[in-house]
Design a protein around this ligand. Sequence first.
Ligand code: GTP
Length: 625
Amino acid sequence: MQEAKNQPGFTDQSLIRNFCIIAHIDHGKSTVADRILQLSGIVPKREMHDRFLDRMDIEQERGITIKSQAVRLPWVKDGVEYTLGMIDTPGHVDFTYEVSRALEACEGAVLLVDATQGIEAQTLSNLYMALEDDLTIIPVLNKIDLPSAEPDKHAEEIANLIGCSTDEVLRVSGKTGEGIRELVDRIVDQVPAPKGDPKAPARALIFDSVYDSYRGIVTYIRMVDGELKERQKIRMMGRGTVHDPIELGVISPDMTPTKALGAGEVGYIITGVKDVSQSKVGDTVTTEANPANEPLPGYQDPQPMVYSGLFPIDNAQFPELRDALDKLKLNDAALVYEPETSVALGFGFRCGFLGLLHMEIVTERLSREFGMDLIATAPNVTYQVTMEDGSEHTVTNPSEFPDGKVRRILEPVVSADIITPKEFIGPVMELCQDHRGRMGTMEYLSPERVEMHYKMPLAEIVFDFFDQLKSRTKGYASLDYQSDGTQSADLVKVDILIQGEKIDAFSAIVHKDKAYAYGVMMTKKLRKLIPRQQFEIPIQAAIGSRIIARETISALRKDVLAKCYGGDITRKRKLLEKQKAGKKRMKMLGHVEVPQEAFIAALSTGQAQDRDTKDKIRAAAKKEG
Ligand SMILES: Nc1nc2c(ncn2[C@@H]2O[C@H](COP(=O)(O)OP(=O)(O)OP(=O)(O)O)[C@@H](O)[C@H]2O)c(=O)[nH]1
């Protein structure tokens, strides 16, 4: 039977264009992807909705992309039908790893810039990543429908940055659809076709995967060489496992089974396997009958930036939490975890994240997708501690901080790039100084906007820095950072003691100058959160044996029967039962009962509220007109 030329598995490689859309957060990637989908005609009008490719509820609710999404589209130009593989990527700095994997599956990148904002920090970092991968860059200004758009000015900025002429910078509106057809035609003209060898043994790169409770692991692949056919045994080259795929397909716009996948195509495989250790992002898929010799280069594992302990509120849920993390890891390759025990919180996992938004999303997904009720301990970075006796310790958890005389503590450092209008240079410098930043160079991107480079301790940047930067620059500054080694620092461990007992979950490693403030803040917070009990409770903050702050909760004798004069014994029993049930929900710490809510409230730092940040920025932008 003669198959159509662009059926999956039979597509002429010279007619394939794989590209991704990269941009700073909120510059309109998902909106432009929607318009391209619509124009291609694969999504029926009545099924089209905003941010079509943001398939997770959290993405829809928050209006941000968390996962890259690949979709296959037909596109006709000059009477020739092309096959486009389009990947919409996230914009937030915590999800840069997602972008880097998407780039590996493409030959071209649409670099989208908001015509009202111009180049921002993640515009640059994403562009540099795409250039490193030798992708063809198509520069585009979006949101030209807005009255505040300044396309000429920003086209100049982009042209200077990538070394093209201003005429080459396309102008589009994801909202009205203006210029989108020209954009896709440009992609077809300029993005090179994939260059794999269709005749070689099959090699496909696993760039993502997800756990489906009915069908097991779904693996997303980019075919590089050869082809994979239905019902052909496959081999994962890294893991060395062999599987019988039960389905092969493409996403167009939903999962569509196909008979084969050929060189250059992007698609998925379902093996029916439910054991999550069988699949790894970055592995190479080949066939069992005719295996390739060399696997594809794969990906480097990302280094976590912050760590936090995740503990099930109900300790019996520990095995479920392990299972949930294993499954989530399939879809979130940047997540790392290992078991941990806390005196106060029981069994849980020490988890590594790429940033606080990443941490927030993981906790939320564990709760929504796996029904886990969790307590997250305060996030911290990793320290290398050398003791006077020469022993070395890697500390990802303040409670592991070794006792004894410390010779040196190394903390992680990042190089941070901040782009801001020039009138905010002063406030930004002040803020960076407050956060122990050391200024490097500063360049003008245009007469009005500068890019400032800083070296800063990671611990200073991951927590509230971004919010403060936004508020001091009316939402106009943007930030990007990358790991940049370590430096020695004057840090101490602050312990919190309740009734003289150290509560491991509340310990923190902080800069010497901020230790006192942390101690006061934590003791005050806990005084408000822990209910009064029948005896006086001292709450102290200490560095080693030195107490630096203290609060006291005065005694109270709560007699639940006080108002129950004489009368019915069953009523009294009921009240006592109720009190007993209430006590069960408390954690006994020594002799002190601390309600779960107190832990949650004391440990929540009010951080990473990116949703709020985005809202604030939008509100500020509106105000500015
Ligand atoms: N006026 C106007 N608004 C636009 C246009 N494109 C996007 N927007 C709006 O800009 C906001 C952000 O758009 P998104 O498409 O979610 O941006 P994004 O780059 O995908 O965001 P992340 O995935 O979170 O990085 C939304 O409120 C869109 O409605 C446009 O061309 N014109």
